[in-house]
Each structure stands twice: as structure tokens, then as C-alpha cells.
Design a protein around this ligand. Sequence first.
Ligand code: NAD
Length: 368
Amino acid sequence: MPDSTQPAHTVPVNLGPRSYRVDVGSGLLKTLGAVANEKFGNRANCVVITDSNVGPLYAEAALESLRVAGKRPVLITVPAGEASKSLLTAQTVCSEMARVGMDRKSFAIALGGGVIGDLGGFCASIYQRGIPYIQVPTTVLSQVDSSVGGKTGVNLPDAKNMVGNFHQPAHVLADVDTLASLHKREWNEGFAEIIKHACIRDASMLPLIDQVAAGGGDLASLIRWNIAIKAAVVEEDEFETLGVRALLNFGHTLGHAIEASAGYGTLLHGEAISLGLRAAALLSVELSTLSVGDAERIVELLRHFDLPVQLSADFETEELLRIARMDKKFEQGKIRFVLLSALGSAHVSHDVTEEHFREVIALMREPV
Ligand SMILES: NC(=O)c1ccc[n+]([C@@H]2O[C@H](COP(=O)([O-])OP(=O)(O)OC[C@H]3O[C@@H](n4cnc5c(N)ncnc54)[C@H](O)[C@@H]3O)[C@@H](O)[C@H]2O)c1
């Protein structure tokens, strides 16, 4: 039988002893068992952590590939949605791992979007003080961003990603075929992070984003390009201590506050980030050298993907500020805020004050 698996394009993530590969391509899910053998040898016990939407679509293919490779996988399914990125769900997953007999020689597979990647990676990082895991991202956002870089964690009720660990995966398998089953809204939200990558690192990506928005363009190439950007940033600053990885937070300070204020699951993560990106673009015009035209270009790109750019009256300014103050980017009362000096060029600024936040929130309420 001919093998329909297209040769994978691999992006290396060079982190010394924690280095790994990201395979990007079509038909890769069926290679999961072979990858597990390559990474974990004859270790057989493993869990596949997934959610209630992804499980029915792709769990059987993942389990079958692992079984054929001689593994003994157990499936753990959590409810789909951001609310599952919680300490309570992490406890449920870890309890289930213990119940089915996972030990320190076991490994985990995180099969799903960013929620499952963050939650599954977090569980792998704490279970018996850490077991290895493979990321199998199934959303645009998780393929281009969250599956690479080893940030894992869960939310507190009104603070995003407040509890977590750095725990690099042993491998990432980004099968672009899985993206075909995404609903339009989930498809679109992933482009907020792609637009963010172009804004902070490489404006030459914008024409390809335009092409994909118009229904053309090579999606796999766009995804590889973004993974390469994420990998390069992580390689430069794995533990976010040098101010390079912090640039990936462009649009995220207000975006996270908006997401938490709406209540997890009301706005999708990428939708909240879209609002945060516009706010950060407006502040970049006011406090840095971004041109008005380039800020408008960012808004135009977001709108191509039906992403929100106007803040609704439901969000109270002081509530957003209260939540933003809890953000890890607030250090001793000062905000580390990422601004653009031009499209493709970002820097961390300490000039943004709470008054600037109030002003930009007011601007964000005006029709675009
Ligand atoms: N760790 C990091 O570096 C990092 C970076 C960016 C974002 N994140 C996190 O990622 C999360 C958002 O990720 P997301 O947007 O992928 O959300 P998600 O995991 O909730 O997925 C979105 C929805 O799509 C469904 N879904 C997933 N794959 C599917 C498929 N192939 N077909 C059909 N439906 C599918 C899910 O069940 C869910 O309902 C947030 O929690 C965010 O904080 C983490």
C-alpha cells in the first residue's frame, strides 16, 4: 500500500540537552508510535491526554499508532475549553495517571489545542516530579505557538497561566491535516498569534498571511515559518530571563486581562489576544515609532480573520486594570509592556502607565 505520509519538514529546537524536533506536515499522526519508540525506546506505559472535541476525531488514530509500536496507551479525556486549564483538572488527570499505573518510566502525549498542550505538559511536569511528553497540537494556535517552547501551566480563576512550569516536550508532531476539522472561529483565532509573530519578528510574512486569509497560500509553509520564529525566540531566551522571549507577549497584557474578565470560554484566547494586539498597536503609535498606517495594517489583518478589534461595553476599565495588575508582567508596580517600533520590530518598554491603559481602553471602545 502506498504511504500517504508526506515527508515531514522538521524544525529543530536547539536547547542543549533539552533539544527536540518539530515535525510539520501532512499525515503525521500515524507516525506517533514510531516517534515514541525513537524517543522512549521500550518504555511502553503511556497516557494520551485529550479533550472531548479532539478525542472523538483523533484519539483512535493516535492510540492505534502507539499500539502498533508496542506501547500500552491509556486515554484520558477532559472537557473541551479553557475552563479545563485549572488546578482541579490537573489533579483529576494526575489522579487518573496514578490509578492506571503510570510510573516514572511512563510518558504522556498531549493531543489537542493549546489548552491540552498547557494542561498535559503541566501534568507531565509534576507527575512523579516529571515525566517526558510529546506534543501533538491540533489547532493553528497550538501548532504555531503553544506546543513549542516548554511553557506549561494552568489558570487561577481570574489570572491566566499563573501556575506552571517550564517543561520542554521530547518531540512535537504538527499534523496539518488535523486543522481541517476546526470550526471557523477556532481556525480564525490561531491567526492572532501568527499576526503577532509577523508584527514582532518578520513583516515579510504579511503577504503570505494575506494569501491564506483569501483562501490560498501554502498553509503548511506558513505554519513552519511561524514555528521557526517561535523556536528561534525560545532558543535565544528559553527561560524568559533576557527580554527576548518576553517579546512574544506583544498584545498579551491586555489580552489576558480581557480574556479573564470575560470569563474563560466566553472569548476564545485568540479573540482576546486580537483585542490586545490592537491596543498594543495603538500604544506603539503613541509611545514608540509605529506609524498610524502600520497600526491600521495590523487591524486590517485581524479583521481578515473576523477577529474582534473593538472592545464591548461589557468590559469595565477598572476591572481590566485590576486583573492586569496581577499579570506576571507587572513587577513591583511597573509594567513590562511590549511595543513595536515598526512592523517586524518589537522591544520591551517600561514607559506604559496605568493612565495609558485607561486611555487605550477608551480608544478601543470607539468603532473602528
Ligand atoms: N504555552 C504557550 O506558550 C502558549 C502560547 C499561546 C497560547 N497558549 C494557550 O493556548 C490556549 C489556547 O489554545 P487553543 O486556541 O488551541 O484552544 P483550545 O485548546 O481550547 O482549542 C480550541 C477549540 O478547538 C477544539 N479543537 C482542537 N483541535 C481541534 C481539531 N483539530 N478539530 C476540531 N476541534 C478542535 C478544542 O476542543 C477547543 O474547543 C490558551 O490557554 C493559551 O493560554 C499557550
